[in-house]
Design a protein around this ligand. Structure first.
Ligand SMILES: Cc1cc2nc3c(=O)[nH]c(=O)nc-3n(C[C@H](O)[C@H](O)[C@H](O)COP(=O)(O)OP(=O)(O)OC[C@H]3O[C@@H](n4cnc5c(N)ncnc54)[C@H](O)[C@@H]3O)c2cc1C
Length: 457
């Protein structure tokens, strides 16, 4: 049986290696620490949690809780270890980080099918292999990946735009319409905040003078690169305050251009328009398009509430900027996380465009399972989209590549219900029932993979 190489011994890489090994495949797990450290890791343990010690909510009515439950049913090593290392944290699955990483390291190193090697991988190994080198993938490997996928498919940092609550928008001002070229979307997927010239000038001035959040040490290179107008940055992803500082009209000709839009109140084209894009089918959350920012949180509230229609906006997520290497998943990954056009190579973890510890573990689990099937000549498992794991995979491979940003598990990713009840509890009940109906087929396939086909099957 061919050996599968897993590059990166973080959350996704460890889970992937375990799944392969449990299916009887020989695995070589290559981790560069301690020979070469990242800017965030502190130890040489595998599966080190770089920041928070919480994997997220474990409550059954939370998207993270669904992931914990699904991962556990699918035989995740990392969830098993997390549950054995918990510290009290209300409804969250929080762990003693040292015990967690130490136990995962021991379990991986003791597995008879896994060989751990400590060195930096400089280029993508020959197939079959899984690349799970995370948001801080070393520069040499990033450069090789970029050569394979093209520079527009690999991002080096995240500048996230704020998200606001749909019910906090002033509907007497914002209007539904798509710009030319956005017409493929159903009318109303975009809401528009129209600026007069005076409102625009005040907004731009506020952006230019607002206080920015300090950057962590290893993120300073991003800042320097932006200031120098160089480095691995994409114009389409520059923080809005950086664009505003370049030229007062940069926004009016860039992300806030009003082309193809007419304000129904005046019947005229506004001076500029900030568009809001739905984050979920029900329109409970809206993303401020083009407003990726590194302003301080209090400044974000002050400045973005100057946008017409957002005076009372409730922020559900604030913008932020951090180092993050990730691929444009919808452009280049299949639903089984394989790299399109490169048979036998899978991408897992943050590099695949998922956000959050649990999502990273989930993609590691999927990549490991799918790679094992590929080696055995079996087709990939089609993950049900009624499950949070399947919904994440579906979002990764089917989101709009133009707007793609790392995705975190949330109920908005589940396919809509035929008739969605108004109450959240009732919706949850229906979502759970639908997911449970799909579980038996998936469970059968996973079980067969582990123990081989039943006699006469
Ligand atoms: C500073 C920071 C803080 C974060 N905080 C949180 C948080 O609080 N909560 C949360 O949910 N998410 C957080 N994230 C996001 C993400 O969930 C974590 O980074 C998570 O660890 C990613 O899992 P992963 O398996 O994709 O990568 P990692 O866990 O980072 O694992 C990747 C591994 O690959 C190794 N590696 C890299 N390049 C090479 C190479 N060329 N050869 C061999 N090995 C290599 C690295 O040393 C590392 O061990 C944070 C990210 C960062 C950068």
């Amino acid at each position: 049986m061919s050996e599968v190489v897993v590059v990166g011994g973080g959350l996704a890489g460890c889970e992937a290696a375990w799944q392969l090994a449990q299916r009887g495949l020989p695995v070589r797990l290559i981790e560069m620490r301690p020979e070469r450290m990242t800017g965030a890791h502190r130890t040489s343990w595998l599966a080190e949690l770089v920041c928070s010690n919480s994997l997220g909510s474990a409550l059954p009515d939370r998207a993270a809780g669904w992931l914990v439950n699904e991962l556990s049913r699918c035989g995740s090593l990392l969830i098993e270890v997390a549950r054995a290392c918990t510290v009290p944290a209300g409804g969250a699955l929080a762990v003693d980080r040292d015990r967690f990483a130490c136990t995962v390291t021991e379990r991986i190193e003791r597995h008879p099918n896994i060989q751990v090697e400590r060195r930096e991988v400089l280029s993508v190994p020959p197939p079959p292999c899984i690349i799970a080198t995370g948001p801080l993938t070393s520069p040499a490997l990033s450069a090789d990946l970029e050569r394979r996928v093209g520079h527009r498919a690999l991002f080096f940092y995240d500048a996230i735009a704020p998200v606001v609550a749909g019910d906090s928008l002033d509907r007497s001002i914002v209007f539904a319409a798509s710009r030319r070229g956005q017409g493929v979307l159903p009318e109303g997927d975009y809401l528009n905040c129209p600026f007069t010239r005076e409102e625009y000038d005040r907004f731009v001035e506020a952006l230019r003078t607002a206080e920015r959040a300090p950057l962590a040490e290893f993120e300073r290179e991003i800042d320097q690169g932006v200031k120098a107008g160089e480095g691995p940055f994409f114009e389409g992803c520059l923080p809005i305050e950086v664009l505003a500082a370049r030229d007062p009209l940069a926004l009016a000709y860039g992300p806030l251009r009003p082309v193809g839009l007419q304000d129904p109140r005046t019947g005229r084209r506004p001076w500029a328009v900030l568009q809001l894009r739905r984050e979920d089918p029900a329109g409970e959350r809206y993303n401020l398009v083009g407003c990726q920012t590194n302003l301080r949180v209090s400044e974000q509230e002050r400045v973005f509430r100057m946008v017409p229609g957002l005076a009372q906006a409730r922020f559900l997520r604030y913008g932020q900027m951090h180092r993050n290497t990730y691929l444009n998943a919808p452009r280049i990954l299949g639903p089984d996380l394989s790299l399109r056009g490169h048979p036998g190579i899978w991408i897992a973890g943050q590099l695949a465009g998922v956000e959050g510890y649990l999502g990273n573990i989930a993609t590691g689990l999927v990549a490991g399972i799918q790679a094992a099937r590929w080696v055995r000549g079996q087709p990939p498992i089609e993950w049900p989209t009624s499950h949070m794991i399947g919904a994440l995979l579906n979002a990764l491979s089917h989101s709009d590549p133009v707007w793609f940003q790392p995705i975190k598990a949330n109920f908005g990713l589940l396919p809509p219900l035929p008739e969605a009840p108004a109450s959240r509890a009732a919706r949850l009940e229906l979502w759970s029932r639908r997911a449970q109906e799909d579980w038996s087929r998936l469970a059968c396939e996973l079980h067969r993979d582990l123990v081989g086909p039943a006699p006469g099957d």
